[in-house]
Design a protein around this ligand. Structure first.
Ligand code: ZN
Length: 145
């Protein structure tokens, strides 16, 4: 059982909760998380182990108001609580982390190209491909953007 401070190994509750209001996804039950949540947390733990040092999480769940405020997509995986934006310190580190993610967790959806182009040191991962029924054909395994 995770301590109150941690929502899973390596993920602080404060990192996963919406940064504007502190809410968690409405259907998140920490004593029995749905498979898509569990898959995200297990994937992150695997990435963290492969990376070998802490990976700060810039954004996890976003409530609808916060997602709109940051111009997130209308079907952003963050709205489902199934996405994590991982913070790195440089473009070189961004490339290295996305390579680690793709080699260790190939099913994850991984967003990095737009962040690299915009000079933002973030790598997005999500397990939205596990949502059933899928609200968009973009929720497919291994999608890269
Ligand atoms: Zn919020």
């Amino acid at each position: 059982m995770a301590s109150p401070q941690f929502i899973s190994p390596y993920i602080l509750r404060s990192e996963f909760a919406c940064s504007c209001c502190g809410q968690l996804p409405f259907d998140y039950d920490e004593n029995n998380p749905l498979p898509a949540f569990a898959a995200l947390f297990i994937a992150f733990a695997g990435i963290r182990t492969a990376w070998g040092r802490p990976i700060p999480i810039n954004s996890g769940y976003r409530c609808p108001a916060h997602n709109a405020a940051v111009k997130g997509g209308p079907l952003s995986a963050h709205l489902f609580g199934l996405a994590l934006d991982l913070a790195v310190t440089s473009p070189d580190e961004l490339i290295a982390l996305k390579n680690t993610i793709i080699s260790t967790r190939p099913l994850l959806r991984v967003g990095w190209k737009r962040y690299l182009a915009a000079g933002r040191n973030l790598v997005h991962i999500d397990t939205a491909y596990l949502v059933r029924p899928r609200p968009t054909a973009a929720f497919i395994e291994g999608m890269r953007w």
